[in-house]
Design a protein around this ligand. Structure first.
Ligand code: P6P
Length: 335
């Protein structure tokens, strides 16, 4: 049940009973993510004013230059989730290994683990383009009160109990699902309150926007090249429009509202693509499917992929169902 302009807090309370694990713990977890998002938003919004932008001088496990805000966002989300003693484990794009949150304490009855990309699209920070946070939530699979293991994190995407993103854009929004549709909340910066602005978000079945880094065209698989030529052909409602922000969360968010497809394929430069399965593709795929969209690696449903390692990458095709299925058709025909 939702009504426009109710606050996130009211929405969580009113919809808690619809969540099959009505323990209230997930509600507290979503609330802690809300708090961390508001803290990060405050820093992102003034990044140009203080010496917090620019590289932190380190690189993460991905070998990518860590922007200072990457590090800050990572610390804030981990700190908030730890201090509120809600989860038993955290995995982050910015952390080499998963973090056990005193789960060896038999009094720790926490049953959720969170996987997070604390600041996706961070290369856009210095040029004032939207960035985002992506999170994925599972119930642990090892016994409560014992130390978490890698098995608690290497779960298929179809086991997620919740997933969402924050987009720090012209306005800051929290968009998430707990398996009963997708709802978007917009921050009123004057009040620091998130209001339900986009109830029951749905991907249009079709669209005319495609998002891909065409600079890598020569390195794409033939099926992707064929699909791009299809998008660009003067025929029916084509050529489509090419829009690529370079921030997954922003491209995904626009496509969910207007219709479209986002593709980050494998290439001769990235054998498995660039995006990470556990804390980018799985949460965005869960949201996409909950919004009647689709997400695959070009052949297999993202949520059915068996994870093998924490930072593994997969090719990613996601968006309006008819567009993803057309792209998959070109991928299969080129095999
Ligand atoms: P490229 C950001 O680093 C990210 O993970 C996504 O948010 C974005 O869509 C993609 O990578 C951009 O990658 O190689 O096109 O610059």
């Amino acid at each position: 049940m939702s009504r426009k302009n109710q606050t996130l807090g009211e929405f969580i309370i009113e919809n808690q009973s619809s969540f099959k694990y009505t323990s209230g713990e997930l509600s507290r977890l979503i609330n802690s993510i809300r708090l961390a998002a508001k803290v990060v938003n405050h820093e992102v919004n003034k990044a140009g004013l203080v010496d917090i932008i620019g590289a932190a001088g380190d690189t993460n496990i991905q070998g990518e230059d860590q922007q200072k805000l990457d590090v800050y966002a990572n610390e804030k989300f981990i700190q908030t989730l730890t201090n509120r003693n809600i989860v038993c484990g955290i995995a982050s794009e910015e952390e080499d290994d998963f973090i056990s949150i005193n789960s060896q304490d038999e009094n720790n009855q926490n049953k959720y683990v969170v996987l997070i990309d604390p600041l996706d699209g961070s290369s856009n920070i210095d040029v004032n383009v939207s960035v985002g946070t992506i999170f994925s939530i599972y119930r642990r699979v090892t016994p409560v009160g014992t130390p978490v293991t890698i098995d608690d994190f290497l779960q298929k995407g179809n086991q997620q109990v919740a997933a969402g993103y924050v987009v720090y854009g012209t306005s800051t929004m929290l968009v998430y699902t707990t398996g009963d549709g997708v709802n978007g909340f917009t921050l009123n910066p004057a009040l620091g309150t998130l209001y339900l602005s986009h109830p029951n978000m749905q991907f249009p079945e079709d669209g005319n926007i495609y998002s891909i880094n065409e600079g890598n065209y020569n390195h794409f698989p033939q099926g992707v090249k064929d699909y791009l030529k299809y998008c660009q052909k003067e025929e029916d409602n084509r050529p489509y429009t090419s829009r690529y922000i370079g921030s997954l969360v922003s491209d995904f968010h626009r496509n969910m509202i207007k219709g479209g497809i986002y593709i980050y394929p494998k290439s001769s430069k990235n054998a498995a693509g660039k995006l990470r399965l556990l804390y980018e593709c799985n949460p965005m795929a869960y949201i996409a499917e909950q919004a009647n969209g689709k997400a695959s690696d070009g052949f297999t449903r993202i949520l059915d992929i068996e994870p093998t390692e924490l930072h593994q990458r997969v090719p990613f095709f996601c968006g309006s169902t008819n567009m993803v299925e057309k792209a998959e058709e070109f991928m299969q025909n080129a095999e």
